[in-house]
Design a protein around this ligand. Structure first.
Ligand code: FAD
Length: 378
């Protein structure tokens, strides 16, 4: 356990970094989180939080709050995108916690509120790290700097911390984009159609995942995976259009057509990934989440893996104390690598729950119930 003087800096207050900060603070560590964005905006996107993550949210006391603002589907339906035939009806209950679908911005706000006041610093874009061997100098683009005993890189797919460890390397463009749109449920009332709580529509080479993002079910959300030859834009996403959606899903089921007709704004995101990294930590620097194992988002478990990483890293640091961070980092990688790599590969293959299958290995997982494997046992 920390002696109260050792400091941990987390770079990035995304879905993994914010939870890592809150979990470590609950465990008594001295934490500061540095985020490049000047503030968070309510980006138009939804996210699934499975029972495996809600068990972690219990530890920072936010599970009930998340459930209170989420839609809580009883099933994940998979349907043929053209005929509507069901290929799977997978129960989401019975895994020891609730399955939530929620607005990503609302979730992020709850996570950030779980941090101790004054420990989340916006407008701090990491420029450079210098691990002196005795501590780490962290320099930000605004010209300020801080020192920490260890640094957690939770800075996403284009992680500067990853670059410090492994050199500059662009992520791989997967050849797919994801369209994202939020639709007011009022717009759907005119259709004599049933809009299910959580359904994935599958085509031969594309899909559309659809769910509610609020407890009131007044906001419906879709996110697609559609082949797109190359990502020719500089930004993280670009605007798409109803026409582009109509062309991408021509001939698909009437429910999909209704969703496209009801779309006001839709954005288009390139989907990137990386091959598994040769190392997750070096010296006083350690990675988590997309900085470490980004994936195509088709299992809805990318953020979940970042949050599981945060929980396991906290567990390992509690086990060893910060002064023994090298052992903690080794334990962390030993206890995370196989699961994160498995989820990464199933997610990239986009096969999860297409057919009836048991998802207990994902949703039934309780990171606190797993015995810690030692490095040599791996
Ligand atoms: P991020 O959430 O990307 O956070 C990184 C943070 O670091 C950001 O806030 C960023 O501003 C900050 N940062 C970056 N560089 C710096 C710097 N130099 N200095 C300071 N701060 C920095 N996952 C799910 O679990 N469920 C889903 O339903 C789901 N749907 C998805 C749909 C789409 C279309 C996409 C693209 C992804 C989806 N994902 C989903 C995946 C999920 O978004 C990511 O896996 C997840 O956000 C990773 O969390 P993270 O904390 O590692 O990184």
């Amino acid at each position: 356990m920390s002696n109260g003087k050792e400091k941990i800096a987390i770079i990035g207050a995304g879905l993994g970094g914010a939870v890592a900060g809150a979990l470590l603070q609950h465990a008594g560590f001295d934490i500061n989180v540095y985020e490049q964005a000047p503030s968070f905006s309510r980006l138009g996107a939804g996210i699934h939080m499975g029972p495996n993550i809600m068990k972690i949210f219990e530890r920072i006391g936010v599970d009930k709050k998340v459930i209170s603002i989420s839609s809580t589907p009883s099933h994940w339906f998979s349907r043929d995108g053209i005929t509507g035939e069901y290929t799977a009806r997978v129960p989401l209950e019975g895994y020891g916690q609730t399955y939530c679908t929620v607005h990503r911005g609302d979730l992020q706000a709850i996570q950030c509120d779980a941090l101790q006041p004054g420990t989340l610093h916006f407008g701090k874009k990491l420029a450079r790290l210098d691990d002196s061997g005795t501590d780490v100098l962290i320099e930000f683009e605004d010209g300020t700097s801080v020192r920490a005993d260890i640094v957690i890189g939770a800075d996403g797919i284009n992680s500067r911390v990853r670059e410090t460890l492994l050199g500059e390397e662009k992520p791989n463009y997967s050849g797919w984009v994801g369209h994202r749109a939020l639709i007011s449920s009022d717009k759907l009332k005119k259709y004599d159609l049933t809009f299910e709580d959580c359904v994935k529509w599958w085509g031969p080479d594309r899909h559309m995942m659809v769910y509610y993002t609020t407890a009131r079910r007044d906001e419906y959300y879709y996110v697609t995976g559609v082949p797109h030859p190359a990502w020719e834009f500089d930004s993280a996403f670009v605007d798409s259009s109803r026409d582009e959606m109509a062309a991408a899903f021509e001939g698909y089921h009437p429910i999909i057509q209704a969703l496209i007709e009801s779309t006001d704004e839709v954005t288009k995101w390139p989907l990137f990934n990386r091959n598994p990294l040769p190392l997750w930590s070096k010296g006083r620097l350690v990675l988590l989440g997309d900085a470490c194992h980004p994936m195509k988002p088709h299992m809805a478990q990318g953020a979940a893996m970042a949050i599981e990483d945060a929980a396991m890293l906290t567990r390992c640091l509690q086990e060893t104390g910060i002064s023994n961070f090298r052992t903690a980092f080794g334990l962390y990688e030993t206890n995370r690598r196989d699961r994160a790599t498995r989820v990464q590969s199933v997610s990239n293959a986009n096969t999860f729950l297409l057919k009836q299958e048991d998802p207990a290995w994902v949703y039934g997982y309780d990171i606190y119930a797993e015995p810690l494997k030692s490095e040599t046992a791996a």
